[in-house]
Design a protein around this ligand. Structure first.
Ligand code: MN
Length: 143
């Protein structure tokens, strides 16, 4: 398996703000992520972009985007999974196109950090719909 020797500190964009998941304020993900806003949400472009760095073991809950989402993987090794399908490894340099209203999650691998740029497309169609966490049991199966 191809692995990245890069560290999160060597990414092109800053890691940004550290956020701990599983708290009342941040209940949409498990573990620790770093968030840097690259393109602020606005009514002109309708296309906000964020750099999100997941520490090893961190992942977001199952969710849907009414307008879809594009992920540009910038480092490390992670997973992307659509509901009812097998999880797929995502690596630096890969692009993931998530169609509107497809239930999915994305995050780091159980044995590596992962960073991606998340571009929210067509955001005028509405905010993400957040659902249940990816359980430790489901997640450990990826190892
Ligand atoms: Mn998503």
């Amino acid at each position: 398996m191809k692995t990245s020797k890069k560290t999160p500190e060597q990414l092109i964009f800053p890691k940004g703000e550290k956020i701990s998941g599983g708290t009342i304020a941040n209940d949409h993900f498990t573990g620790t992520v770093w968030l840097q806003v690259l393109v602020q949400p606005d009514n002109t472009f309708n296309c906000p972009a964020f750099s999100v760095t997941f520490e090893q073991g961190a992942r977001n809950n199952w969710h849907k985007h009414p307008g879809g989402q594009i992920l540009l993987v910038t480092g490390g090794k992670g997973y992307y999974q659509e509901w009812g399908r097998k999880a797929q490894v995502i690596l630096e340099g890969e692009v993931v196109k998530i169609h509107p209203d497809v239930k999915h999650w994305h995050g780091a691998a159980p044995d590596s950090w992962m960073s991606h740029i998340a571009i929210s497309t067509n955001v005028q169609r509405g905010d993400a719909e957040w659902m249940e966490p990816v359980t430790d049991e489901e997640y450990r199966k990826l190892l």
